[in-house]
Design a protein around this ligand. Structure first.
Ligand code: HEM
Length: 343
């Protein structure tokens, strides 16, 4: 009887996937996010402060870390030896910069007295504990089964949404020419996307994009994927949270609760602005990665479609890389404009 028990335990422990501590590093990076933002504020100080060159250097490095840390999650999600729950944990850590904005906005909507950073640490503790607990479960090996129709629907809806996104990003790039130019471009766009028939349709398409994307991401994250698909899944998960949070900020918080216009001042966290306000600075990594991931996610989708139509892999990979670098440059330019840089 004792022997049987020991054998069963041995067999069980041989089959159970290990919880590699490396898989938990992206969680530490996610937990660090609000503290890095506090450090940034320590460097730049409140409005009216003229930070020294050393403080500017420290602030730039801190912000760079905030934007770079989610990529740790992508690197870990690429590992072939992780149980599904820890791979999904790694994917989840990528959303940290946008989730922190969402948490802050919802906390404000409910006038919560709990500091955002406390709630944040508790949240990640729970998420990590659940993932570690489920790491002992056998993997789900149904990865791509039954996703074909969802993939087509997700792609078709993306093609329509793309028209709004490209305009919207162009609109924010115009911020480099000043708030007046930004407002003038936005007014042109509003005459279309704020039409009574267009706006609800656009919102519904975005919600469909989020739901169908999360369904695909759940399937693909069940098993290890190559770099390109891992990047596509991770950027899609970021965008799902970004879109829900962003639409909540625009439609519910600003237009329904606070009754404020969703214009340039709203976007840059006026009147204090992005840089010198301890709350608003979280918007910089949130928006920068939103712009970067939406462009690079669209590019990744286009790469898959072109590959399926006989495109040459090496050239498509090169075009993808150039496109991703251009997406990063566009994201930096928009945030620079929002932070006060003018052409
Ligand atoms: C720097 C980045 C971004 C900033 C500063 C920003 C800011 C804004 C602002 C101010 C509005 C209100 C527009 C209006 O009142 O006419 C808005 C609306 C919206 N944004 Fe963004 N956005 C950014 C990126 C994105 C991205 C990447 C997406 C999509 C993935 C997105 C999706 C939307 C949607 C769906 C709306 C609602 C449009 C409507 O009013 O009907 N935004 N955004």
């Amino acid at each position: 009887m004792m022997n049987t028990l020991v054998q069963a335990q041995r067999a069980g422990s041989a089959e159970a996937p290990r919880t590699d501590p490396i898989a938990l590093i992206p969680v530490l990076a996610a937990v660090a996010h609000p503290f890095l933002l506090m450090l940034f504020h320590g460097f730049v100080g409140p409005p009216g402060t003229e930070p020294s060159t050393l403080a500017c250097l420290g602030a730039s490095l801190t912000l760079l870390l905030c934007v770079a840390l989610p990529f740790l999650g992508i690197a870990i999600a690429c590992r072939p030896d992780l149980p599904a729950s820890l791979r999904r944990l790694a994917y989840t850590t990528v959303i940290a910069p946008t989730l922190f904005v969402f948490v802050g906005v919802v906390q404000g909507m409910f006038r919560s007295p709990v500091p955002d950073a406390w709630l944040w640490c508790l949240l990640w503790l729970v998420v990590a504990a659940v993932a570690v607990l489920f790491a002992r479960n056998p993997d789900d090996h149904i990865a791509s089964a039954g996703t074909a129709r969802w993939r087509v629907a997700h792609g078709v809806s993306a093609a329509v949404i793309c028209l709004f996104i490209l305009f919207h990003i162009g609109n924010h790039l115009a911020g480099l020419l000043g708030p007046q130019t930004h407002a003038a471009v936005m007014n042109i766009g509003r005459s279309v996307y704020r039409m009574k028939v267009v706006e609800p349709l656009l919102a519904a398409l975005f919600l469909f994009q989020v739901a169908s994307g999360l369904r695909l991401a759940w399937r693909w994250s069940a098993t290890p994927q190559g770099f390109f698909r891992t990047f596509q899944v991770a950027s899609g998960i970021y965008l799902a949270v970004f879109c829900v949070g962003h639409m909540n900020s625009v439609f519910i918080n600003a237009r329904t609760i606070l009754l404020i216009p969703t214009d340039w001042t709203f976007a840059v966290g006026g009147p204090t602005g992005l840089i010198h306000d301890p709350w608003n600075i979280r918007l910089a990594p949130h928006y920068a990665l939103g712009v970067f991931f939406v462009l690079s996610h669209l590019l990744s989708g286009l790469r898959v479609v072109l590959l399926a139509h006989g495109g040459e892999q090496r050239s498509l990979n090169r075009i993808w890389l150039v496109g991703v670098l251009a997406s990063a440059a566009i994201a930096v330019a928009i945030i620079a404009g929002m932070g006060g840089v003018r052409l």
